[in-house]
Design a protein around this ligand. Structure first.
Ligand code: PLP
Ligand code: COI
Length: 339
């Protein structure tokens, strides 16, 4: 077992032993290769470099009390990567290949799986890039699928502590009929300046609004938004947000603890009425939101009066992470054992 300071791991890159690669050439996927290099050899005219023909995924594996490693809902990530591939005309990675590569990447790097109870987990990053050369704006005919892993701590350094966010009206992350609903690199490039402004002003993240009217909440940087009121879990419906697997899981849990779930446009002013607000995602897990400032008007929506996470967010958090680590039963079949 690697001796890292597991409890204070940031969400970042740590060199591990191996990564897994597979190449698509002549209209077919080749054999899986294991590499110990952190570098890839890429054609300088690769479409992934010039025209953003690139998509990625993010999922986690967890060590249980029983010493077994658990993968969380990998099939959803695989499906989403296929949607991303379709959206920007890349070769799709079949589920079986996706599965083989992530399992291999975890198994080859077992010593980097954070121990049970450390609060850290193993982040799995599949990456699909157009590796074939083009100079005209066209899809590549060759692709590289790569999976690396890295042990991570919380995305927002506060962990399960309420953070402050800022509504940005200066930047859009994705256009209404653009690529916001798939996980392609260009969306993240488009979000960098807004996130940088938010960080400089002391906020954990920017909150993006719908690009067309700037009336409705889209999402919270690299995480979906949810609000809670009247025993109801409310989360935005929008074509320009990433369908979060964490969000989908929380909706299921909310229903099963007797809450209602509403997926619909969420006007900014509704922030005044939520009892609790959170950001959710693989990296963010649930990050409670304490207050949100509107960059334009200066209005502050004060959600948490105590600076502590709300009771319902805590309950959802405990259920979700309990299933992931095996502390709670998994009635949904979300977990697959890797070892
Ligand atoms: N929204 C964006 C823009 C993201 O990058 C992510 C992270 O993947 C999420 C939401 C959360 O999605 P998930 O819960 O599937 O990780
Ligand atoms: C995730 O939650 O997996 C993400 O991809 C968020 C971010 C690091 C891009």
């Amino acid at each position: 077992m690697e001796t890292l300071d597991w409890k204070s791991l940031p969400f970042g890159y740590i060199k591990t032993d191996y990564n897994v690669r597979c190449y698509y050439r002549n209209n077919q996927w080749g054999e899986i290769e294991i590499s110990s290099s952190e570098y890839i050899n890429l054609h300088m005219a690769a479409t992934g470099l010039h025209y953003g023909q690139e998509a990625f995924e993010g999922m986690k594996a967890f060590m249980g009390k029983d010493g077994r490693i658990r993968l969380f809902r990998w099939d959803e990530n695989s499906m989403r990567m296929q949607k991303s591939a379709e959206g920007i005309m890349m070769a799709k990675v079949p589920d079986e290949l996706f599965h083989q590569c992530i399992v291999k990447a975890v198994q080859m790097n077992k010593r980097f799986v954070p121990p049970y109870g450390s609060g850290a987990s193993l982040y799995i990053r599949p990456l699909l890039i157009g590796s074939g050369a083009q100079v005209g704006v066209k899809a590549a005919s060759e692709y590289l699928f790569l999976v690396f892993i890295t042990p991570v701590g919380p995305y927002f350094k506060e962990g399960f502590k309420p953070v402050k966010m800022m509504i940005t009206r200066t930047f859009d992350r994705a256009a209404p009929l653009g690529t916001g609903h798939i996980k392609v690199g260009g969306n993240y490039a488009a979000s960098l300046r807004a996130l940088d402004v938010a960080h400089h002003k002391g906020y954990a993240s920017a909150l993006f609004l719908d690009a067309r009217e700037k009336k409705f909440i889209d999402e919270a940087g690299p995480a979906n938004f949810f609000g809670i009121k009247d025993n109801t879990y409310v989360t935005p419906e929008s074509n320009s947000i990433l369908p979060s697997i964490t969000n989908k899981s929380l909706q299921q849990i909310a229903l099963d603890v007797g809450m209602k779930v509403e997926i619909r446009p969420v006007p900014v002013e509704e922030l005044d009425t939520f009892e609790e607000v959170g950001a959710c995602g693989t990296a963010a897990v649930i990050t409670p939101v304490e207050s949100i400032v509107d960059e334009d008007t200066g209005k502050i929506y004060q959600i948490s009066k105590t600076g502590e996470p709300g009771e319902i967010s805590r309950r959802l958090y405990e259920k979700l992470t309990g299933i992931q680590t095996g502390d709670l039963p998994d009635p949904y079949g979300w977990i697959e054992f890797v070892s």
